[in-house]
Design a protein around this ligand. Structure first.
Ligand SMILES: Cc1cc2nc3c(=O)[nH]c(=O)nc-3n(C[C@H](O)[C@H](O)[C@H](O)COP(=O)(O)OP(=O)(O)OC[C@H]3O[C@@H](n4cnc5c(N)ncnc54)[C@H](O)[C@@H]3O)c2cc1C
Length: 420
């Protein structure tokens, strides 16, 4: 039996693929091929199941990679436009802190259902358990094949996502397909990921959380900083602020990584002089045990570890600390340092830094410059965003653009009712 023929085949039923399919289905027969057993696995896990689907502050400043080219896509798909899109498709957004947008019901499932409905109610098909392993041009069609069979399509949208989080669909297959079509892939590294530290330093802190300002250093050179809640995991440091500096860690050379350290300033609002004065007063209490000196300021686990790393001896009472020791403790509260041994890797990462260069696609359509009829979207491209809804914004924008462009190319001269 010959392979089934479609006008459009979308590889990957994730955020950008389903968005693209909702467009192409208005212009011709569409099939979405998904490697996993179900569509949208990663999407369901976004924002801890709540799906931080965008950000009102979207701007090129929140992206990394081929930002200049990407800004031409971002300017066409503003946050307002996307909110209107969701509204027209039956989903209201709500804004939480720092411009972050979520579905009003705070459930990622509602976003996935909305995307699937757009595809299926117009006759599109979603076929799961279908990893595409090869794409070839044959007799005017592109043939997509894998262990589950073959499909032919006139136009293909590669929406395979990146390497992050393999259990949710991340992997290298998309990059392999892109390379087989002649594309380059820039070096890939995990971003928005925990940083690891020596177990002896972080194990005692497991489970502690502290509001802090953190900065990444290599030798005496400050590389990046961020503010927020640091979570000590037992293997390293996590939390949105750590995710934010993790990208800069990924960019360091092997040599620079050898001296990488994360400095956690646990009381950024207080200068060393203020802190020292406070500690002197606190330490004058006659019965305050020395190991409890910082308990009124910091998470207890953190307080004990700061003391251990700041002073060599632990007297019985805080009043026994010498002025030099109090000054060392004050300094350590503002600069609690951890050597960085690496990242928690692809399994824990939220996003991939690197990908197919945007110079290899026509930025006004996202069609490959190297293989006509193939379009590329989302995380597969060399663009990644900060934490806060920016990565999904990019997935939606590129999915809409590629789907719409493929639809228009298939039907030149026709005006389509693309619902944005
Ligand atoms: C835990 C977690 C939480 C996140 N939270 C947020 C958040 O709240 N806000 C935000 O903006 N971003 C978030 N992200 C990032 C965001 O989910 C991704 O950037 C976004 O989903 C990328 O969209 P995409 O369409 O490129 O790829 P994906 O959504 O990953 O979809 C790609 C799909 O293609 C399939 N696939 C891959 N190769 C093939 C193949 N060869 N054949 C068939 N199918 C294939 C995969 O199985 C997958 O389903 C989070 C990521 C993770 C891991």
């Amino acid at each position: 039996m010959g392979a089934q023929r479609y006008e459009f085949a979308i590889v990957g039923a994730g955020a950008s693929g389903l968005m693209a399919a909702g467009e192409t289905v208005q212009a011709g027969s569409t099939i979405v091929l998904e490697a996993k057993q179900k569509p949208g696995k990663k999407l369901l896990a976004t924002g801890n199941g709540r799906c931080n689907l965008g950000n009102r502050g979207v701007s090129p400043a929140h992206y990394h990679g081929d930002v200049e080219r990407a800004s031409r896509v971002l300017e066409r798909f503003s946050s307002e436009k996307l909110e209107q899109f969701w509204r027209k498709n039956g989903l209201l957004c709500r804004e939480l802190d720092e411009g972050r947008l979520y579905p009003y019901g705070m459930q990622a499932a509602s976003v996935l259902e909305c995307l699937l409905r757009r595809v299926v109610e117009r006759g599109g098909e979603v076929r799961c358990d279908f990893p595409v392993e090869e794409i070839r041009r044959e007799q005017g069609f592109l043939t997509l094949s894998g262990p589950s069979g073959k499909v032919r399509a006139r136009r293909v949208i590669l929406a395979c996502g990146g390497m992050a989080s393999p259990s949710l669909g991340g992997g290298e297959l998309g990059y392999r397909l892109a390379k087989s079509l002649g594309h380059q892939v820039t070096p890939l590294f995990p971003s928005l990921v925990q940083l690891t530290a020596p177990p002896a330093r972080v194990k005692p802190l497991k489970g502690a959380r502290s509001l802090a300002e953190i900065s990444l250093w290599t030798g005496s050179h400050g590389v990046a900083s961020a503010k927020g809640e640091v979570q000590f995991t037992g293997e390293g440091l996590s939390g949105i602020c750590v995710f934010e500096v993790s990208r800069s860690y990924g960019e360091l050379s092997e040599k620079e990584r050898k001296t990488a350290e994360l400095s956690v300033c646990l009381m950024p609002e207080y200068g060393p002089g203020d802190l020292y004065a406070f500690l002197r007063t606190a330490a004058s209490s006659p019965l305050l045990p020395a190991q409890e000196l910082l308990d009124g300021l910091l998470n207890r686990l953190v307080a004990r570890e700061v003391l251990k790393s700041a002073v060599r001896r632990l007297p019985a009472y805080a009043r026994e600390y010498k002025p030099a020791e109090l000054s060392a403790i004050a300094a350590r509260v503002r600069d609690f340092r951890f050597p960085v041994t690496g990242t928690a890797g692809w399994q824990a990462a939220q996003v991939t830094a690197g990908g197919v260069p945007l110079s290899e696609v026509d930025i006004s359509t996202l069609e490959s410059r190297l293989c006509s009829g193939v379009y590329l979207t989302g995380e597969l491209l060399n663009l990644d965003g900060d934490c806060g809804g920016y990565n999904l914004h990019w997935a939606w924008a590129t999915g809409l653009l590629a789907g719409r462009s493929a639809g228009m190319a298939a039907n030149p001269g026709t005006r389509w009712d693309f619902r944005l």
